[in-house]
Design a binder for this molecule. Structure first.
Ligand code: NAP
Length: 261
């Protein structure tokens, strides 16, 4: 299937690790130009070097997305260097466990800055270029927005708000032909997820207990499976009449009867 993304400029926040990395790879495979906006870590450096070795270089701008000024600078960099933006994938975030009892209002607000405010800031600053290109926004949310989890009020609030903003922006941007959709993963074995598993007494047993509950195939969702949905949604050629959607890529985890597991 030709997605028509060749030469398109796509920004992926947190695009050098986990799900974001898979999205970046999928976009590069389509010959799109990817600008990763992320803070730096060993993972990130390793990924950027690997892409250079594979002769699929992606651009990178270091940003602490919780600071709106750094979001603005990242978008200005894209404007100056490429002069266009066709797709924005808002992806960076982490389930940080700021719970109703375990957190406090300051930590709640800080978590919203880490998980939500930059989704708005990136879309806000990118808007003129996205309108010009009749581009597409994909917000990576989470099944936590639909199911809750317990002990993670701020993350749940951020992920739920991302779904609401998907509908709100899809409505606001109808006149400009800019489509807005969200993808909801449930269980994907990313570096973030591995760090969480490693906090369990027996990580292998914890992983097995989770995969046992995933109806389709009793396995984790691959990052590439989230990425495949995301590049489809970025493609105006193939998903040109798809907007305001919440697409759940989770092997039936969120919706199927527990009796099936
Ligand atoms: P990941 O492996 O940690 O990758 C996220 C990347 O974004 C990391 O490089 C991270 O940097 C970076 N990042 C996070 N917050 C940032 C900030 N404020 N400023 C700059 N960079 C930032 O995480 P992932 O598991 O792929 O998660 C990606 C998205 O999927 C998140 O929105 C998450 O909520 C969602 N999600 C994941 C799962 C899952 O099962 N993995 C399930 C549901 C939803 P550091 O490494 O320095 O933190």
């Amino acid at each position: 299937m030709d997605l028509g993304l060749k030469g398109h400029v796509i920004v992926v926040t947190g695009g050098a690790s986990g799900i974001g990395e898979a999205v970046t790879r999928a976009c590069l495979d389509e010959d799109a130009k990817v600008v990763v906006v992320s803070r730096v870590s060993e993972n990130v450096e390793h990924f950027i070097e690997e892409m250079q070795r594979e002769e699929k270089p992606c651009d990178f701008i270091e940003s602490h997305l919780e600071d709106p000024a750094q979001c603005r600078r990242a978008v200005e960099y894209v404007q100056q260097k490429y002069g266009r933006l066709d797709g924005l994938v808002n992806n960076a975030g982490a389930n940080d466990g700021v719970g109703l009892a375990s957190g406090d209002p300051d930590r709640f607000l800080e978590s919203l800055r880490q998980n939500l405010v930059h989704y708005y800031a990136m879309a806000h600053y990118a808007l003129p270029m996205l309108k010009e290109a009749k581009g597409s926004i994909v917000n990576i949310s989470s099944k936590v927005a639909l199911t809750g989890q317990g002990g993670t009020s701020a993350y749940a609030a951020a992920k739920g708000a991302q779904l609401a903003l998907t509908r709100e922006w899809a409505a606001e941007l109808l006149p400009f032909g800019v489509r807005v959709n969200s993808v909801l993963p449930a269980e994907v074995l990313t570096p973030l997820y591995k760090r969480w598993l490693d906090t369990r007494d027996d990580p292998a047993a914890a992983l097995k207990s989770i995969t046992n509950k995933i109806p389709l195939g009793h396995r984790m969702t691959e990052g590439s499976e989230i990425a495949a949905m995301t590049v489809f949604l970025l493609s105006s050629k193939q998903s040109g009449h798809t907007t305001a959607q919440h697409l759940i890529v989770d092997g039936g985890y969120t919706h199927l009867d527990r009796a099936l597991t």
